[in-house]
Design a protein around this ligand. Structure first.
Ligand SMILES: [Zn+2]
Length: 198
């Protein structure tokens, strides 16, 4: 059955059957990438209880719980985190051009998993089959909940005083033969990535 195209935003009431089916499909993918139930629920608008059941069904155990990320300085604390978080934001903004936020986040994180496959041993991949689907949150340098928090917070918008709304900023390494994108902050003078700065 054809249904008219409607803006697919999480939290909007009255979804078509097809739309709900698609959202649940994305939610399943997020479970396989070990997104926490509360994050999936927030992104998709699916009821928390439903997502917890889904988690149990897909992962065979319950979703981890605990504090939601709230610290932007975390993304700067290692060289790897700087590269990985810049990558995630780039992928997310690309995906957001064509997809609603829940799907863009899923899509971006899936590709993040592919690109960073080498940093996670095959034994951490679910069934050893796909590097985007790993057994535990800690098998990703930047876990899904941290990635989601970052993507929500990251913006190039400025405040009235000219400072950035989000203190983090993605920079491109000044070394012409590198030019890697890395996460930095407004107050950091660094213009080279951590590898080239050594
Ligand atoms: Zn560099």
């Amino acid at each position: 059955m054809q249904t008219p195209e409607s803006p697919r935003r999480a939290g909007k009431p009255k979804r078509s059957k097809e739309e709900t089916r698609q959202i649940v499909h994305y939610a399943e993918l997020m479970v396989k990438m070990r997104a926490r139930a509360c994050v999936i629920s927030e992104l998709t608008g699916l009821p928390s209880l439903e997502v917890r059941d889904l988690w149990q069904r897909v992962a065979g155990r319950s979703s981890p719980s605990g504090q939601q990320p709230n610290d932007l300085a975390w993304y700067l604390k290692s060289s790897r985190r700087r590269f990985h978080s810049a990558l995630i934001v780039q992928l997310y903004h690309q995906a957001l051009q064509d997809l609603p936020a829940y799907a863009a986040m899923t899509n971006a994180y899936y590709h993040y998993g592919q690109i960073t496959a080498a940093s996670a041993p095959r034994s951490s991949w679910i069934d050893g089959a796909d590097p985007s689907f790993r057994g535990e949150e800690r098998d990703y340098e930047v876990p899904f909940s941290r990635a989601n928090y970052l993507c929500k917070a990251y913006t190039n918008d400025k405040l009235a005083n000219g400072r950035r709304k989000c203190p983090l900023v993605i920079k491109s390494c000044r070394n012409p033969s590198c030019q890697a994108l890395f996460m930095s902050s407004e107050d950091e003078v660094r213009e080279h990535c951590t590898v080239c700065a050594k």
